[in-house]
Design a protein around this ligand. Structure first.
Ligand SMILES: *Cc1c(COP(=O)(O)O)cnc(C)c1O
Length: 352
């Protein structure tokens, strides 16, 4: 730390992303990326846009917002785009939380929530998951805080039914409820249809997982236009050009090719069920997942040790050095071939 660093940020411990080794040396199952390339339509449209790189991108992202609005049956002023959904989440912490309105989220959930809270000087409550890692909606009812729920949750993969989200919305009419649906396309139940009914709901989506665009950095929020307007105030006060032209073009390409995305999600869901079955045959306890990853543990080896032994054999998974979950590993669902590489490595490590 330099002597110039603002004391405001001196205590910050930043988010630690999963390893991103350069070059494909590993069977990479650690950051929930798609194993499939994005729609070819994305690359085609991006190539056309490179001719316009001398110009700033459209700060309104009008074309892409209109396409998303059409896709979800909302209007364009109910959509905001972010440089990854992480940016939309940060906008939400900035716009809807402060000392009087703290944030609340699960003790085991997306690791960026406490970081965004700390960055913005927002106090927060961590609400423990049940023993079985499920969310008890009662714990969130009428709590008078800005609520963040990843649904399906990460890193557990467990889904909360929309009826339970609705109960939380109804009991907190004066607080924003943010539902982070990064993994919803793999079998979750989206809360987007509730946006028209609840003016306190913000649903956040990403192109990074189901749409194979983690490298392009594109996410969006869907909410009542007043909430979107608040977040646009933040966005336009930091970076009105937060989405670059090529990413806008690629986003359009991916949305035009919705069948391709759907087919990939179906393949991944199928591979998830296959992987779950095989892991259980190897003696693993596997949490039933609706996402593109599974969360698994074995009595035979502690989580960290298993992670290290897999890495020695060229397979990267994610282990979290955190209470309650250090014994688990989060395993991204890749292709069947990648999962077989994992399962073979596990067989060798556990000698079964
Ligand atoms: C991956 C992930 C995100 C971030 O996605 P980006 O759009 O790549 O920023 C947000 N929330 C959850 C729960 C995630 O797992």
């Amino acid at each position: 730390m330099s002597r110039f660093f603002s004391s405001k940020y001196a205590q910050l411990s930043p988010y630690v992303p999963g390893e991103q080794p350069q070059g494909m040396l590993y069977t990479k199952l650690n950051t929930n990326e798609s194993p499939y390339p994005p729609s070819q339509r994305a690359a085609q449209l991006a190539a056309e846009y490179t001719r316009q790189l001398n110009l700033y991108p459209d700060p309104e992202c009008a074309v892409l917002r209109a396409k998303l609005a059409q896709t979800y049956g909302v209007s364009a002023d109910e959509v905001i785009l972010g440089n990854g959904s992480d940016e939309v989440l940060n906008f939400a912490f900035m716009a809807f939380c402060d000392a009087e309105t703290p944030a609340a989220f699960a003790d085991v959930t997306y690791g960026f929530y406490p970081v965004f809270a700390a960055l913005n000087g927002v106090p927060y409550e961590e609400i423990p998951l049940r023993e079985d890692f499920g969310i008890d909606a009662d714990d969130y009812c009428g709590i008078g805080k800005t609520i963040f729920i990843a649904n399906p949750n990460a890193p557990t993969g467990l889904m909360l039914p929309r009826t339970e989200i609705e109960r939380i919305l109804r009991s907190n009419p004066n607080n924003v409820v943010v539902v982070d649906e990064a993994y919803v396309d793999f079998g979750g139940e989206s809360s987007v249809p509730l946006v028209r009914e609840y003016d306190n709901l913000l649903v956040v989506h990403t192109f990074s997982k189901s749409r194979s665009m983690a490298g392009a950095r594109l996410g969006y929020g869907i909410a009542n236009s007043a909430l979107i307007q608040d977040m646009n105030t933040i966005r336009n006060s930091t970076n009105p050009y937060n989405i670059n032209s090529m990413t806008i073009a690629m986003g359009m390409g991916v949305l035009e090719d919705a069948d391709y995305t759907r087919a990939n999600c179906a393949r991944i869901a199928e591979t998830r069920e296959y992987t779950t079955r095989r892991l259980m045959e190897l003696g693993f306890e596997v949490i039933p997942s609706k996402a593109n990853f599974v969360f698994a543990r074995t009595d035979r080896l502690c989580g960290r040790e298993l992670y290290l032994k897999l890495k020695e054999r060229g397979v990267l998974v994610r282990n979290f050095n955190k209470d309650r979950i250090s014994d688990y590993n989060r395993i991204t669902i890749g292709t069947v071939e990648q999962m077989d590489a994992l399962l073979n490595a596990l067989g060798a490590i556990l000698e079964v």
